[in-house]
Design a protein around this ligand. Structure first.
Ligand code: IVH
Length: 675
């Protein structure tokens, strides 16, 4: 990327920051809305085009408005505490034991708890003086919160005046601001989960922006108070209702750890059906006198604990089982589940891997299942709760014919493992099966292949349905006059599409081979093959001479790959696709350069999710600079790049091996040095 673009981009960023600062913090608009939006669009376009520009301050990463830092800070009259956590029965037993010891009570002393689902939202403290809502604060650091009174006042669930005679003279009513899942679904924004959306809307400088979001409030405790005549938490919750606050309908009063666990499991089972996200159950000793005696440790009360749900697992229900067909014909069953928030991400699909997996776990439509989402992997089903299975439930019948083209499906014999494959495949020849064709086209335009901007999966599906694109070469012969007539397509979007397609007519041989979608030929193998063929003509000569075995001499190419390549080229359609593409594309010859890039002799591995840049792009950036990427942590590795939610083991091993651990910014910095 050239320097001019970078300077241009930075200028625009500075300008928008200035506008934001004036608008949100000084309530003063320096430009018209249109000018502001145009500038924002220009920045987004640059970021989209030059991904390297994206950093944590990028517009692409800012969702909604930038929250103001200028809320007035006000001290909480009583600190807003947090809670210690329990994860299993033993933690609860220890919690109760400690309390009994602290109180020097008899070990059979029966403790009664208020068990309250822990809503995952944003806590707020509402001060009422003489029945009037006067101040609303965020939690802040627990001692000092931000004055977000005006924003909180937009929430319908928050009473503005309470006239009940038993309402205390002064009280800080505390609870959780959140967004219901059903409302979150309808929000047109980019927030990852309802909690982020609630937090973002609550911190808007302009309360009118907050008002647009359907925020809810549930009350559950109090801070400072004068004149509260109540003895237990359960009574307090009841009073809150009488005073006009909402409380959680699933709150319960419970004694005995066994009963706490029963309630916990029952609520965990209902979790997928609730309209609000919860991440555990809070247990509070019901009796206020006991609470007072127990007091606090550090910043958490001794009389309460949060029993957390395991963060990456959740119980949901299978609504349906879909069979997806991949570009290599593999039939992958996918469970459509009732949407559930697992560790901050709303999950509605879980892979069932293959036919054998369904058989082994006897997974059926309607089953109540435990779903796990770990790291970057696709969510999957851990287990089925057979006790919950309806008597009417029937075994899932895996299709023996391809659901798309009706061809026989087959399970291949794997020569290496000497076993029959777990994966069932459509036996049709590539482009004869509609679903396979579409998947092949999606692969063709994908990031690592032709990387055509504006020709995403949805558009490919649409153009395929409309007969505009059936084979990859159709992409380069598109009839734009037909597209112009489609809804949502204007002159500019057509120009943009034309531009990005034309731009990609220049392609490296390596990407071209990868884009063909030959089974077992991934990026690495495509690169090896391109170095062998050197040019498109080299590739054409190769399949004409049918000397497939010559490929075995390439280090890294084995029998599996060669057989797959053979199968690819015996298919006339594949050959036609290749030749037609050859006529419209400019396929660059491979030039094998001496490695002298900035990252030469340096190897990298990424763990965790990076911000605004894909793994594929990082890999290509590394390679462009003569570095290499490795797939596991070993002493061959020089740098481990860590993103969000990295794999702990990788970090530990890297530390043991004294490998340099860097973050995304540090990595990008290394690259910047090279431009
Ligand atoms: S009581 C002194 N009750 O959990 C006890 N908190 O980690 C402190 N929360 O910041 C709060 N539901 O945001 C309490 N029923 C409930 C709750 C609850 C959710 C949140 C709250 C607090 C955090 C504590």
């Amino acid at each position: 990327m050239n320097k001019k673009i970078k300077t241009q981009y930075e200028k625009k960023i500075n300008l928008i920051n200035k506008y934001n600062e004036f608008y949100y913090n000084k309530s003063n608009s320096l430009v018209s809305d249109k000018e502001y939006d145009d500038l924002k669009k220009e920045i987004l376009n640059l970021e989209r085009k030059y991904k390297i520009l994206i950093n944590k301050n990028s517009i692409s990463n800012l969702v909604g408005h930038k929250p103001s830092k200028n809320f007035k800070k006000i001290s909480h009259k009583a600190p807003m505490l947090s809670l210690s956590n329990a994860y299993d029965e033993q933690d609860l037993i220890n919690f109760e034991k400690k309390i009994i010891n602290f109180l020097s009570a008899d070990k059979n002393f029966k403790i009664n708890y208020s068990a309250e689902p822990k809503i995952d939202g944003i806590s707020a403290s509402l001060t009422y003086i003489n029945g009037n809502f006067t101040t609303g604060l965020s939690r802040g650091d627990g001692k000092e919160g931000e004055d977000i009174t005006a924003n909180l006042a937009t929430i319908i669930d928050i009473p503005k005046q309470i006239l009940s005679s038993d309402f205390p003279k002064e009280i800080d009513v505390r609870g959780e601001v959140y967004i219901q899942n059903s409302d979150f679904k309808n929000l047109k924004n980019n927030f990852a989960n309802p909690r982020n959306a609630a937090s973002g809307s609550l911190r808007q400088k302009n309360p009118l922006d907050t008002k647009k979001i359907p925020l809810k409030f549930i009350a559950y405790t109090f801070g400072f108070q004068k004149g509260l005549k109540i003895n237990t938490q359960t009574e307090y919750l009841k009073k809150l209702n009488e005073w006009g606050f909402k409380t959680n309908p699933l709150n319960k009063s419970i004694s005995g750890i066994k009963n706490l666990i029963k309630n916990y499991l029952s609520i965990e089972n209902q979790r997928a059906n609730l309209d609000f996200d919860i991440d555990g159950i809070v247990y509070k000793i019901n009796d206020f006198d006991l609470q007072k005696r127990l007091g606090n440790v550090a910043n958490a009360p001794r009389w309460a604990i949060a029993h957390k749900f395991s963060s990456n697992k959740a119980i949901s229900q299978i609504i349906d089982i879909d069979i997806q067909i991949g570009r290599t014909g593999a039939l992958t069953p996918v469970a459509k589940i009732k949407p559930i928030n697992i560790g901050g991400v709303v999950v509605s699909n879980a892979t069932l891997h293959n036919e054998d997996e369904i058989e082994r776990k006897d997974i059926r439509v309607g089953d109540s299942v435990t779903v796990e989402r770990a790291g970057d992997v696709i969510p999957h089903i851990l287990s089925v709760d057979l006790n919950k299975r309806s008597k009417k439930s029937i075994k899932f019948n895996f299709p023996k014919k391809c659901p798309s083209c009706g061809s026989q499906t087959i399970k291949e014999f794997n020569k290496l493992t000497k076993k029959i494959d777990a994966v069932r495949r459509c036996s049709s020849e590539g482009y004869l099966c509609d679903k396979i064709s579409i998947e092949k086209l999606k692969h063709f335009v994908s990031k690592e292949a032709f990387n055509i901007d504006g020709l995403g999966k949805k558009i490919i599906e649409l153009f395929w349905k409309l007969n505009l694109i059936k084979y990859p070469y159709d992409i380069f012969k598109l009839d734009y006059s037909k597209i112009e007539k489609l809804e949502g397509w204007g002159k500019t979007s057509i120009e943009n599409l034309k531009y990005s397609i034309n731009q990609k007519k220049n392609i490296s041989l390596e990407r071209f081979i990868y884009a063909l979608g030959i089974r077992h030929i991934g990026l690495e193998n495509a690169k090896l093959l391109s170095r062998h063929f050197i040019s498109f003509v080299g590739l054409q000569n190769f399949y004409k001479t049918k000397n497939y075995n010559e490929l075995l001499s390439i280090d890294g190419i084995g029998e599996t790959q060669v057989n797959s390549i053979k199968r690819f080229f015996v298919n006339d359609t594949n050959v036609k696709v290749l030749n037609e593409l050859g006529k419209v594309l400019i396929i660059k010859n491979v030039s094998i350069k001496q490695k002298s890039g900035f990252l030469s002799n340096k190897s990298f591995l990424v763990t965790g999710k990076l911000n605004g840049i894909s793994r594929a792009e990082v890999k290509s950036l590394i390679e462009e600079n003569s570095g290499t990427t490795l797939s596991s942590v070993s002493n061959k590795l020089n740098y481990l790049i860590i993103g969000d939610k990295p794999t702990k083991r990788k970090i530990e091993t890297a530390k043991e091996l004294k490998i340099k651990i860097i973050n995304q910014d540090e990595f990008l910095h290394m690259l910047n040095k090279s431009t």
